[in-house]
Structure formats: C-alpha cells, structure tokens
Design a protein around this ligand. Structure first.
Ligand code: HEM
Ligand code: HEM
Length: 224
C-alpha cells in the first residue's frame, strides 16, 4: 500500500483522533496499575488461597516436629494472603488517584479532545442519518463503554476505600460485608471491560482503524 492510501485509510477512521500527552500517560499508567491490581487478585485466589495452603503449613511444621490444628495453620496461611491484599490496597489507592486525575484531565483538555465533546459531536452526526450512520453508532457505543468503565472504576474505588478505611469510619460488620460483596461482584465487569477493549482494539487495528494503537502512543498530532 502506498503512502497516499495509508493516509486515506487513516483519515476515513473516526478513531484516529488526537490524544494529548496527558491522556496517553494516563492511559498507559492505568493499564499498568490496573493489570498489577488484577494480578494481585489472581494470585490471592490461586497460589496464596489460605484454605489451599493449610495442608502445606501443617506438613512443613510436621517435618520440624510440630503438629498444628487446621485453625492454627489457617492463621499462618491467611497472613500471606493479607500481605498481598495490602499490595492490592496500595494499587487501589493508585487507581483512585488515577480516576481523579482522569476527571482533572477532562477539565483541562482542549475542548475538541474532551470525551464529552466527542460524544456530543458524534450524536449530532448520527442524527443526520447519512451513509455514515453505522460508523457513528459504533463510535458512540465505544465511547459509552469508556464512560461505563469510569463508572465501574468509581464504584470499585468507593467500595475499596470503604473496605480500607471502614474501621476508622466506624462501619459495622454488616456494612463491611455488603461493601465486600459489591466490590467483589464488580470485578467481573472490570474483566469484561478489559477483554472487550483488548479484542476491540485488536480487531480495529487489523481492519478499518489501522493505526489506532500507535495513536495512543504518538498522539496523532501529525495528522491534519
Ligand atoms: C479502585 C480501587 C480499589 C481499591 C481502593 C481496592 C481496595 C480493596 C481492599 C481494601 C480490599 C480488602 C482486602 C482485604 O480483605 O484486606 C479489596 C478486596 C478485593 N478487591 Fe479491591 N480495590 C480496588 C480495585 C479493585 C479492582 C480493580 C479489582 C478487580 C477487578 C478488585 C478486586 C478485589 C477482590 C476480588 C477483593 C476480595 C474481596 C473479597 O474478599 O471478597 N479491587 N480491595
Ligand atoms: C488494563 C488495561 C486497559 C484499560 C483499563 C484501558 C482503558 C482505556 C480507556 C478508559 C480508554 C478511553 C480513554 C478516553 O478517551 O477517555 C482507552 C482507550 C484506548 N486504549 Fe486502552 N486500556 C487498557 C489496555 C489497552 C491496551 C493493552 C491497548 C493496546 C494494545 C489499548 C489501546 C487503547 C486505544 C488505541 C485507545 C483509544 C481508542 C479510542 O479512541 O476509542 N488499551 N483505554
């Protein structure tokens, strides 16, 4: 494909849009911190699962001539899980901070780069009912999915902060358990977003939106 065709392909995609340096740094930092957070959850529900490690603690101590009950062994294996939850908590504070920064970035961005303006403009074009209607519908759905992600992240951050500071805030056991349940159910929405996003970006890059990923790295400022 010659240079002209590549440029034309890029110009015809709605997704080849400018991304400020701030949003790019925000995006890749969020990617790293959220991935690390997901890994802590994964490790705690597999390798460090306290119930699965009861036998291991008992056997190790037995080898040293000490016999402990399941309850005693659980107290030890549970501590390792807690250490990892502390890492999760710190990463969670990072995510809460990143969410706050995303709101500030939205306020500071030039008008044409705000997600709000992009949705508003696309709505206007969608209503024109021209031959690009399907393209605009897809664009709007993708942007709405990002808004949904921000909402899920907000709920995760609020419930997570509630779990982290519940004692200081005087939350009772029942409220703590409710927050835990909500936080834990929300994780599946997060996995769904990450999966849909990665598959979507992969297909977009391999079809009509070629250059979408490099745009999140170089910002697309060279394209008129
Ligand atoms: C957004 C900021 C977040 C904060 C502040 C946060 C904080 C916390 C805290 C304090 C706990 C309790 C740990 C303990 O039992 O000692 C927790 C548990 C947990 N978090 Fe998060 N978290 C956040 C995001 C996430 C994300 C993105 C996921 C996964 C998608 C996640 C999944 C979980 C799970 C599965 C648990 C265990 C819940 C249970 O024991 O049933 N968290 N989180
Ligand atoms: C934990 C993983 C990830 C999360 C949570 C995430 C989140 C997001 C969010 C919220 C946006 C919208 C930004 C905005 O305009 O407000 C976005 C856009 C984007 N992300 Fe990700 N991302 C992740 C991983 C990735 C990866 C691995 C890639 C590339 C391989 C990628 C490529 C992109 C691209 C190209 C866009 C712009 C697409 C568009 O204009 O609609 N993301 N991402």
């Amino acid at each position: 494909m010659d240079q002209k065709n590549i440029t034309q392909g890029i110009e015809s995609s709605l997704f080849i849009q400018k991304h400020s340096a701030l949003i790019r740094i925000w995006h890749w930092t969020t990617f790293l911190v959220l991935s690390a957070s997901l890994i802590t959850v994964l490790i705690n529900s597999t390798i460090l699962n306290p119930r699965d490690n009861i036998g291991l603690v008992q056997n190790q101590l037995k080898g040293k001539g000490v016999t402990v009950s399941e309850e005693q062994a659980f107290a030890v294996s549970h501590e390792y899980e807690d250490k990892m939850w502390n890492v999760h908590k710190l990463l969670g504070f990072g995510l809460a901070f990143l969410l706050l920064s995303r709101v500030l970035i939205e306020l500071l961005q030039p008008d044409e780069e705000k997600i709000r303006t992009r949705i508003k403009n696309a709505m206007g074009r969608f209503k024109l009912n021209d031959e690009n209607k399907a393209k605009y519908r897809h664009f709007l759905n993708v942007k709405r999915l990002y808004l949904l992600f921000y909402l899920i992240l907000l709920l995760m951050a609020l419930t997570g902060l509630g779990l982290a500071f519940g004692r200081e805030l005087g939350f009772n056991r029942q409220l703590h358990n409710t927050l835990k349940t909500i936080h834990s159910v929300l994780q599946y929405f997060m996995y769904a977003f990450v999966l849909i996003h990665l598959v979507g970006v992969f297909f977009a890059e391999n079809s009509k939106d070629r250059g979408i990923v490099s745009g999140m790295i170089n910002g697309n400022y060279s394209i008129k």
